[in-house]
Design a protein around this ligand. Structure first.
Ligand SMILES: Cc1cc2nc3c(=O)[nH]c(=O)nc-3n(C[C@H](O)[C@H](O)[C@H](O)COP(=O)(O)OP(=O)(O)OC[C@H]3O[C@@H](n4cnc5c(N)ncnc54)[C@H](O)[C@@H]3O)c2cc1C
Length: 292
């Protein structure tokens, strides 16, 4: 399949040019192009039929990983840069776990963090990881106004976000993590490094006594899309972090989520993935929190 005819292709030199180029068109008629790993397929199948493409790839302001008060990752930062970064510590290591296994080398060289969360496909890794790590979306509108939206509020449903039509995602920020915080992400797909049938992300913090003082857990691959798992979080917090506490938390998640049966896996198989991947992820996140 080939895309429907496209009238205009714009390579803005500034963020202001990018947002005003999009605003010249009616909603939905112009689209931002990031890595093209989802958008090009959607255009070829004509699910998306833009009149204009605004290509973000030369906007250096949208690229890079910065550590200041927390972590800030530009929307156009590619998976490969996240996977290879030396700057991302244990609290946010789940980003690297995910980026190292997104698709194949070509996808990792082109695809971006911002493109993944704006597309918000139900089985994508980065929406769930951003949610699990408490990320905040930094948005710029055509009128120059900026706003910050937490991942909890941004990721509404599969292929749906709180981004307004004229808004550009500029970066995703993550708060400075308390000491003894670790995170991890793991997925299982039908072939290696494919989109997940189920993926699990956890971020945990340990207190001075070695008990869990904070936990965020998010899942990918379920029909409702990227989602928190509050039933599991509540059981982990306050626990002594042994295997039985982890298993109780994972069982609570299995009992609280809606895991679909489809051609990739049935409900029981998805439940088992939450248990097995979840245990690996919990062990890895707590080990990182301990600095192991
Ligand atoms: C073979 C293959 C395997 C894959 N495997 C995986 C996998 O294992 N795990 C996984 O998570 N994903 C996987 N993907 C999807 C991949 O992660 C995509 O890169 C991602 O979904 C989209 O990012 P992108 O940068 O390519 O964005 P694009 O495709 O360019 O854009 C996606 C959407 O986001 C919008 N957008 C992009 N950037 C911005 C911005 N800054 N502000 C506002 N809107 C913006 C675009 O307009 C478009 O609507 C795979 C893709 C392929 C082709």
């Amino acid at each position: 399949m080939y895309p429907a005819p496209i009238e205009d292709y714009i390579r803005p030199r500034t963020l202001a040019e990018a947002v005003s180029a999009l605003a010249r068109y009616a909603p939905g008629e112009a689209v931002f192009l990031a890595g093209g790993q989802s958008l090009m397929q959607a255009m070829k199948s004509r699910m998306v039929r833009p009149r204009c493409i605004v290509d973000l790839q030369t906007l250096t302001e949208l690229k890079g990983i910065r550590i200041s008060d927390g972590l800030a990752i530009g929307a156009m930062t590619r998976y490969v840069e996240i996977a290879e970064s030396q700057a991302i510590g244990p609290a946010y290591a789940a980003l690297q776990d995910a980026a190292q296994h997104v698709g194949d080398r070509q996808v990792r060289n082109r695809g971006t963090l911002g493109g993944s969360v704006c597309w918000n496909y139900l089985a994508s890794c980065m929406p769930a990881v951003t949610l699990g790590l408490g990320g905040t979306m930094q948005l710029l509108a055509a009128n120059g106004k900026t706003r910050a939206v937490s991942a909890d509020d941004f990721l509404i449903a599969p292929l749906e976000t709180a981004r307004a039509e004229d808004e550009l995602l500029t970066s995703i920020t993550f708060p400075a993590a308390p000491a003894n915080t670790g995170s991890a992400y793991k997925k299982w797909g039908l072939v290696t490094d494919a989109l997940p049938v189920v993926g699990v992300c956890m971020q945990v913090t340990l207190n001075a006594a070695g008990a869990c003082s904070a936990a965020r857990i998010a899942l990918s691959g379920l029909s409702a899309g990227a989602q928190r798992a509050p039933a599991g979080e509540a059981l982990l917090v306050g626990s002594k972090v042994d295997e039985s506490a982890m298993k109780r938390a994972l069982e609570a998640i299995v009992g609280s989520v809606d895991a679909q049966s489809d051609k990739w896996a049935d409900t029981a198989y998805r439940h088992q993935l939450i248990r097995t991947l979840g245990l690996d992820v919990a062990n890895s996140a707590f080990a990182r929190a301990r600095g192991v």
